[in-house]
Design a protein around this ligand. Structure first.
Ligand code: RNT
Ligand code: ZN
Length: 419
């Protein structure tokens, strides 16, 4: 256990040190406290959900690993989510997928889901002081195939249009109940292994499907559209590419979701933020960690996440960017995976908020580029860790590595017993 008075002392020194370069630590902490993450519910159960229809995860995404303790029921999932949340400072949201409805053993097809299937989630969120977000689910279903909303076969396409319309309706009801708009993310895997004879054709169909889906106006939900580079088995062509959704989002005023795993590996997602903010209403993020491909590794504090956080803070856009997480790792303790990724994301934002931006901008204004680069480098080793520790302490969550033993205990008491 790290002693409280040590944390306090280190924090005081850090506060003074930051003041030297014009950074107000208290202000940074206040801003950090207002940042809500939208935690993805699917890390807890390997993207399985509660439809009870068997079958495996499809749609070109993959969870690897078979670490024991996956949440198998809605109660287990909720318990695990709350456990994870208890190690993450601040007020947060949970993002549900349509397949996580409370179906009570009933067989409810995707084109039959209704707000009542999510009523118990709304109650649960209310009881626990949380807000919910939502996602339509086009994968892991007999009608998923390689094409859903972009399918030339109208029976399949209509099925998915109906599903997605219902998801918007459900999202609106969730938003109304929580008196805060529910972010609804639409991601489909549509694409092909080889280059199709007409790339245009499927994009035209998708455009029509989306227009039909979005024809109803809702007040309590916001539409987000998520592009992708490729899926497994769908390597050559993705109907909903970034260019497609960027164009769609700009022309229809929809929110584009940037999943950090959905771009070429040397492409900077951070660089897209300021451009998107000029032409689309808001931004939804899926913070993830691609290793060589869209592998959805647990988020860690790396340069990509740091750049992204810094860019959002520099654009003064914390109120226009929604920070969702999206990864799934089944090789380690799943609750630990939430905690590592969430805390890493928060650390990135803290570092961004502690940046001596005013001074950097002054140097830039004066053409003093050596000074600008030097200060950026020096800022990396300023005592931000002491500020982070204080943030955890103030919020009553374990400081530093103290959560490791607690998660181990939960594992030995609870998750390791799930056979
Ligand atoms: C897939 C997308 C999508 C999913 C979730 C489960 O590549 O990132 O967001 O991960 O909807
Ligand atoms: Zn995603």
């Amino acid at each position: 256990m790290i002693k409280e008075n040590l944390i306090q002392q280190a924090f005081e020194v850090a506060t003074e040190r930051y003041a030297v370069i014009g950074v107000d630590v208290h202000k940074a902490l206040e801003s950090l406290g207002k940042i809500s993450l939208s935690l993805h519910c699917w890390q807890a159960d390997d993207v399985v959900g509660f439809e009870n229809r068997g079958g495996s995860l499809t749609g070109g995404i993959q969870v690897t690993g078979d670490y024991p303790g996956r949440a198998r029921t809605i109660d287990e999932l909720r318990m695990d989510l709350l456990k994870a949340k208890s190690y993450i400072a601040g007020k947060h949201r949970f993002s549900l997928h349509a397949i996580y409805g409370d179906f009570q053993g009933e067989k409810v097809d995707r084109d039959e889901i209704e707000p009542r299937h999510f009523e118990s989630w709304i109650q649960w969120a209310r009881t626990n002081g949380l807000k919910l977000d939502f996602n339509s689910t086009s994968f892991s279903h007999l009608k998923s195939g390689n094409l859903t909303l972009a399918n030339p076969d109208d029976t399949i396409r209509d099925f998915w249009i109906e599903h997605t319309k219902r998801c918007r309706w459900i999202s609106d009801e969730i938003g109304k109940a929580q008196e805060d708009p529910c972010m609804m993310n639409l991601w489909i895997h549509d694409g092909s292994k080889e280059v199709p004879a007409s790339r245009l054709r499927y994009r035209q169909i998708l455009e029509r499907s989306l227009d039909e889906i979005f024809s109803t106006e809702y007040r309590w939900m916001k539409d987000c559209i998520e592009a992708k580079l490729f899926g497994i088995g769908l390597e050559s062509y993705t109907v909903g590419s970034y260019d497609f959704y960027l164009g769609y989002g700009v022309s229809r005023k929809k929110i584009v979701t940037l999943d950090t795993g959905h771009f070429h590996l040397t492409e900077s997602v951070a660089d897209k933020v300021s451009a998107l903010l000029l032409f689309t209403p808001e931004i939804m993020l899926h913070v993830s960690r691609p290793i060589r491909w869209d592998s959805d590794h647990v988020v860690i504090l790396n340069d990509d996440v740091l750049d992204l956080a810094r860019e959002i803070v520099r654009c003064d856009a914390l109120d226009r960017v929604h920070i969702g997480l999206d990864y799934f790792d089944a090789t380690i303790n799943r609750i630990g995976a939430y905690v590592i990724g969430s805390r890493a994301t928060q650390k990135a934002f803290l570092l961004a908020l502690l940046e001596p931006t005013a001074l950097l901008r002054q140097y830039e204004e004066e053409g003093r580029y050596f000074e600008r680069l030097a200060l950026q480098e020096e800022a990396k080793s300023l005592p931000w860790g002491a500020v982070w520790d204080m943030y955890c302490l103030q919020n009553g969550v374990p400081v530093g590595e103290d959560y490791i033993a607690e998660i181990e205990k939960y594992e030995s008491d609870i998750t390791s017993r799930r056979k």
